[in-house]
Design a protein around this ligand. Structure first.
Ligand code: R5P
Length: 292
């Protein structure tokens, strides 16, 4: 078993290779042709061996690199190719909202699975995404990694910023043996949301340490509004935690201004990744495809 780390996921790929018993690890050589096209080369051959490629597809460039990597690995004689896409971009357009739109998640799924024997992703935006693949897809969760981190903190309550995150916060609450509740969220536009405490929120939040959990932090609008609402209820401290930290524009600074700490997993390389999903991804590879 070899592990190849694409440029969007080099650190995580190396950690996964270590978790797989120090599997041989490599990164591709990349450069740009004079016309701007991407050139890529993977060293060595993989004749008769399995290869795991790790590459998040946050940008269009990341996606292109992944497609080239898959082809290079097949050319290198790989027996089976397993594609780990820690953050699967375009997953939020998982259906057609208006006439004339593509189902972007499906369009990407069709192409990345062409040169794949199985795929692994982490905390997909919606289960609907899985239906767009015909090859086996295994979904790892960022929750155990976040639990490893929060276990060391004196958290009183876990909070999901919306009802869509109830299953996540319920699962984290179960692992950490902590109470949880979900806020009521109304999205105004892509950057603004309105949040309210639910009727079943604890009566006394004053002085409590709250951990807000989300799958993705994008513009930061959701976490910032959630933190402001909790501060209006006199909470003592706020930890913001997510699986995928996109942190668009000044999101990180805006969240930092209203929380005590921000944590993300390493599905994206962003400077905020404090905890790794490598053990969980490696375990899933071993369990489902017999990676050793
Ligand atoms: C929504 O369904 C997601 O779980 C996140 O809450 C959302 O994507 C966060 O986006 P933003 O940081 O832009 O508010």
């Amino acid at each position: 078993m070899h592990v190849i780390g694409g440029t969007a996921s080099t650190d995580l790929a190396e950690k996964i290779s270590r978790e797989l018993g120090n599997a041989p690890f490599a990164v591709p050589f990349t450069k740009r042709f004079p016309d701007g096209e991407l050139y890529l080369r993977v060293g060595g051959r993989f004749d008769g061996e399995d290869v795991v490629i790790v590459q998040s597809t946050r940008s269009d460039q990341d996606l292109l690199e992944l497609l080239l990597l898959q082809d290079a690995v097949r050319e290198g004689g790989a027996l089976r190719t397993f594609i780990v896409i820690p953050y699967f971009g375009y997953a939020r357009q998982d259906r057609r909202f208006f006439p004339g739109e593509p189902v972007s998640a499906r369009a990407l799924a069709r192409h990345v699975e062409l040169d794949a024997d199985a795929l692994v992703m982490v905390d997909l935006h919606s289960p609907q995404t899985l239906s767009h693949f015909s090859k086996p897809v295994y979904e790892a969760s960022g929750i155990p990694a976040i639990a490893r981190l929060l276990r060391e903190r004196p958290v009183d309550y876990l909070v999901s910023p919306d009802k869509g995150g109830i299953e996540r916060v319920r699962r984290l609450g179960e692992i950490l043996q902590l109470p949880w509740f979900a806020l009521e969220k109304k999205r105004i536009d892509s950057e603004h949301v309105e949040l309210r405490l639910p009727a079943q929120a604890p009566a006394e939040l004053a002085g409590k340490h709250i951990a807000i959990l989300d799958d993705v932090i994008s513009t930061g609008g959701t976490i910032v509004e959630a933190a402001k609402l909790l501060h209006r209820n006199d909470v003592g401290a706020i930890t913001a935690a997510c699986t995928h930290g996109l942190f668009l524009r000044d999101a990180f600074e805006r969240i930092k201004a209203v929380t005590n700490e921000i944590y993300a997993t390493d599905t994206l390389q962003n400077g905020a990744e404090k905890v790794s999903v490598a053990p969980d991804v490696a375990q899933l590879l071993v369990r489902n495809i017999g990676a050793t």
